[in-house]
Design a protein around this ligand. Structure first.
Ligand code: PLP
Length: 423
């Protein structure tokens, strides 16, 4: 592009941005929450019919049942790829279970460990980036060093992962969102899953935190297939390596769903040895209501198809508007996920913070730039996470047009400054 064309582009973007600010918008694309319509579609989960007893006759109103209701575990086991007897159904939040797994590993001793993690000098987790800020928040809270690993279209860069885990015994874990990852929507390839399961690690107690939060959240009619991390790890002699997490937060109610922990028999025993001290049993009535609402694994998939009908138009709008506004400009690239809750937008290096600030000034709230990286620090300052599920479609459309205007403004001004500096 010639300097004159670039100047024209900057001037146009400035005019568009002024008009955008004048609109006085108040829009929010920050957090991946279900929309009220999605929640309404799950209202059936509030009903409880018949006596509150389990299939085996247990009175579910009472204490007990630490592993959770077998019937609800049976519904989620196939899609979480965990055998029912190795899957625990707990409270409403899987993040809580991930937090607890870290705390139990710090203060207890995971199977295969020589010492508690809290006694390990320089304990480290690998963090594929861009990734989920709340994973990084747990590590930061407990002083676990985080080492970023770049994501590829097949999952984390496995050459980097294999090297880091092989050479350093203080590397104890890796965060993985293997299906429709947060935020770039990546599905780990079979080869990536196999390498994670098989790789030699210096730490005998290395753990994969397999956060399968979007296991059933497909946006297309051809659901992504994920290789079975538990089976592959066992096959390669590393049965205790994966901790599998999931929940119904974005299936039924985000504040009142059911969360799951799955792993090897030894890890489940270890897990229960800790949780038994914390609780006499989960909310089995909520679990029963989920069983009555979802019925079985096919009922779960059918409900997800209903939700996809509500969510898909919003993702389509994001794609359409980004293509119309930024396609062919060279100012941004973005992902087109086939499931999950997020789109990752990448702008030229050094522009993301400024784009988010400009959007904020125009009344469009975007997740802070840097949130996708450990310590909130994206050294490239280029990743922006878009969460389109919560707002209504017209709001998503307005917000995306506005965000694209901010990208055009910030990125073209930067290009012009670079060209002027070179001239
Ligand atoms: N894991 C991932 C990857 C997420 O994106 C989210 C929420 O956005 C969660 C976990 C939160 O899960 P829960 O509601 O079960 O705590």
């Amino acid at each position: 592009m010639s300097v004159d064309e670039l100047v024209g582009q900057v001037e146009r973007a400035r005019r568009d941005y002024e008009a955008l600010v004048a609109e006085g918008l108040k829009l929010d694309l920050t957090r991946g929450k279900p929309s009220p319509k999605q929640l309404d579609a799950a209202n059936g989960v509030l009903n409880l019919s018949g006596d509150p007893v389990g299939a085996d006759g247990t009175d579910l109103r009472n204490y007990g049942g630490l592993t959770g209701l077998p019937e609800v575990r049976a519904i989620f086991a196939p899609d979480l790829q965990v055998p029912v007897d190795q899957l625990v159904a707990a409270g409403n939040s899987s993040l809580e279970l991930m937090h607890d797994a870290i705390v139990f590993a710090l203060l207890g001793t995971v199977p295969g460990a020589e010492q508690r993690w809290v006694d390990v000098e320089g304990i480290t987790f690998l963090c594929p980036v861009p990734g989920y800020d709340r994973h990084f928040g747990i590590c930061e809270r407990y002083g676990i060093k985080m080492v970023p690993v770049p994501m590829t279209p097949d999952g984390p860069d496995m050459d980097v992962v294999e090297r880091l885990v092989a050479e350093d015994a203080s590397v104890k874990g890796i965060w993985c969102v293997p299906k429709y990852s947060n935020p770039d929507g990546t599905v780990y390839s079979d080869e990536t899953v196999r390498r994670l399961a098989a790789m030699p690690t210096a730490a005998p107690d290395f753990r994969i935190f397999w956060d399968n939060a979007y296991a059933v959240h497909h946006l297309t009619d051809s659901p992504a297939q994920l290789a079975d991390i538990l089976a592959l790890s066992a096959e390669h002699g590393n049965a205790d390596r994966p901790f599998v997490f999931g929940s119904s937060s974005k299936i039924t109610f985000a504040g009142a769903g059911v969360a799951f922990f799955g792993s090897s028999p030894a890890n489940i025993e270890w897990w229960l040895s800790h949780t038994v001290k914390r609780s006499i049993g989960p909310d089995k009535i909520n679990q029963l209501r989920h069983v009555q609402f979802l019925r079985d694994a096919e009922g779960l998939r059918e409900h997800m198809r209903t939700l996809a009908e509500l969510i898909r138009p919003k993702f389509d709008a994001v794609e359409k508007i980004l293509s119309a506004e930024l396609g062919g400009t060279g100012l941004a690239t973005w992902t087109t996920p086939a499931g999950g809750y997020f789109v990752s937008l990448q702008v030229p290096e050094g522009c993301a913070r400024e784009v988010v600030a400009k959007a904020k000034a125009a009344g469009i709230a975007i997740t802070p730039a840097g949130a996708t990286h450990p310590y909130g620090d994206d050294p490239t300052d280029s990743f922006i996470r878009i969460a389109p599920t919560f707002p209504e479609l017209p709001e998503v459309e307005s917000a995306m047009v506005g965000l694209a205007t901010c990208v055009r403004l910030v990125a073209s001004e930067k290009l012009l400054a670079q060209q002027n500096a070179q001239a």
